[in-house]
Design a protein around this ligand. Structure first.
Ligand code: NDP
Length: 484
């Protein structure tokens, strides 16, 4: 099958690869503006077929009654296949979202790690015997939901998709995965590897297409019992409203506007590096980016001066160049949005201390590049401090006392992450406890691990992924009482 721009890449329903009945779409490399090729679009009918394939596969005794250690063995084989094909997977992601190659390679390895982690959880996690309040045995069992819809964004498909699919399968579900229209290829290739690894067909289906069509059809499908979504807060809210209509469960990992706090007694060199990486790594396209910097007033001017110099020294360049530190934004549409938000900050009185424009380097003219940007002269209430940019844009603000700082840091709709730099541990502890966020880092930033729960307070989402009880997100508790 061919589209306007070459052959159309099919997606997976059960064991069948199909280009679908929906509109095919084009994947564009954001570093060059060139086409990566056409991808099949899943229509509502295709989505229904994928859900039915998942439902049938999940109901098979071969899967429902498979012993946990046998399920774990399949997950481990998927991890091996991902690892063996890590270079190719990293390349696929890099071509679609423009992330630095080194980061993509690391994420491929972390993706395999998620399958191994949930394999281990799957075969070691016990059911429970609850304290008895009578003449009976009270047990708590954990059952799969059935069909899980997994919907993912473009910034890190290698890790975000693995942590959803591995946990959902470990829990005994079947999955229909809808990757972002900007990054469809990793999901398609991992699904192929999963089949090679012996995952029974139908347990992992991938439907590619646009959010408003393919994604909406999946969210609205009556046989989808849990929607596990990572993406923007507005989309997450719309999904939660739709799911509420039929009492489908939701797990939502949404946006952030995380405070990054530097006290005057911090190790300044380390804090500087943490703040720089915390906001500009992944070109700022990270839900946990530390985008609101609060620096204690006595340190503020000197710290910001050094930060601006360090941001200007970052090497912006092609994702495949090992010397590059900041790659392009993930799409041209997204760069337009980031540019518009910097213009909005200027309108609101913000001073652009560095960046704020596309780079002048002619080598980068065809890509969706944008310079690391620092904005001063704004209050925490400014739109640029309250709205998620999801790009390389940092706002800097001084603070005087701890109580005021905590109030400002919490004065946001979001609650995903926070960083605190100080040598005074009791103070760090007080602040960590007072901050409304799913993750707080003390004297470090942006450290992630599959072994700890991840998710947000407030409008950053609901539910947790990863960690020992990440698997519970994909299960329902069932009480069984046995009378004596
Ligand atoms: P979006 O919310 O636009 O999209 C996320 C996914 O949802 C995509 O697959 C998208 O498809 C799909 N989608 C869009 N509309 C609908 C709909 N009506 N019904 C069902 N699915 C839909 O987010 P982005 O892709 O732009 O990702 C960036 C956002 O993700 C940021 O806000 C960021 O903070 C958040 N994020 C959160 C993380 C966390 O763990 N908390 C981690 C990473 C990112 P399509 O691509 O076709 O539009």
């Amino acid at each position: 099958m061919r589209g306007d721009n070459g052959p159309v890449r099919p997606f997976l329903i059960g064991s069948t690869w199909t280009v679908g009945e929906g509109q095919a779409f084009e994947s564009i490399n954001p570093a060059t503006g060139r086409s990566n090729g056409m991808i099949g679009g899943a229509s509502r009918a295709d989505v229904d077929r994928a859900v039915q394939a998942a439902k049938a596969a999940q109901a098979q005794p071969a899967w429902r009654n498979m012993l946990p250690h046998q399920r774990a063995a399949i997950l481990r084989r998927i991890a091996e296949r991902i690892e063996a094909n890590a270079t190719e997977l990293a390349e696929l992601q890099m071509r679609e979202n423009g992330k630095l190659r080194a980061e993509c390679v690391e994420q491929a390895s972390n993706g395999a790690g998620a399958y191994r982690y949930f394999a281990s959880i799957c075969e070691t996690m016990p059911s429970e015997v609850a304290p008895s309040r009578g003449e009976h045995l009270a047990m708590v069992l954990y059952e799969p939901f059935g069909v899980v819809a997994a919907i993912t964004p473009w910034n890190s498909p290698l890790t975000l998709e693995s942590q959803k699919v591995a946990a959902a399968l470990a829990a005994g579900n079947a999955v229909v995965l809808k990757p972002s229209e900007f990054t469809p290829s990793v999901a398609l290739r991992v699904a192929e590897l999963a089949l090679e690894a012996g995952l029974p067909p139908g347990l992992l289906n991938v439907v590619t297409g646009l959010g408003g069509e393919t994604g909406a059809a999946l969210v609205g499908h009556p046989d989808v019992r849990l929607i596990s979504f990572t993406g923007g807060t507005a989309t997450g809210k719309a999904i939660a409203r739709e799911a509420a209509g039929r009492m489908a469960a939701v797990a939502l990992e949404l946006g952030g506007k995380s405070p990054h706090i530097v006290f005057a007694d911090a190790d300044v060199d380390k804090a500087l590096e943490g703040v720089l990486n915390g906001v500009f790594s992944s070109t700022g396209q990270s839900c946990i980016a530390g985008t609101r910097l609060f620096v204690q007033r006595s340190l503020f001017d000197g710290f910001v001066e050094r930060l601006v110099a360090a941001a200007q020294a970052l090497r912006v360049g092609p994702p495949e160049d090992p010397a590059s530190q900041v790659a392009p934004l993930s799409s041209f549409v997204h760069r337009d949005k980031v540019e518009a938000m910097v213009a909005m900050a200027r309108e609101d009185g913000g001073r652009v201390l560095c960046g704020g424009t596309r780079p002048q380097d002619p080598r980068l003219a065809d890509g969706a590049y944008f310079l690391p940007t620092i904005i001063g002269g704004v209050a925490n209430s400014a739109r640029i401090c309250q709205q998620e940019v999801f790009g390389p844009v940092l706002c800097v603000m001084p603070f005087d006392d701890e109580a005021d700082l905590v109030a400002q840091a919490n004065d946001t709709a979001f609650g995903l992450a926070c960083g605190v730099w100080t040598r005074d541990f009791p103070k760090a502890w007080r602040v960590a406890r007072a901050i409304e966020a799913g993750t707080v880092w003390i004297n470090t930033y942006k450290r992630l691990s599959v072994s700890v729960p991840f998710g947000g307070f407030k409008e950053s989402g609901t539910g947790r992924e990863k960690g020992y009880f990440g698997i519970r997100t994909y299960q329902e508790a069932k009480t069984v009482m046995v009378g004596f």
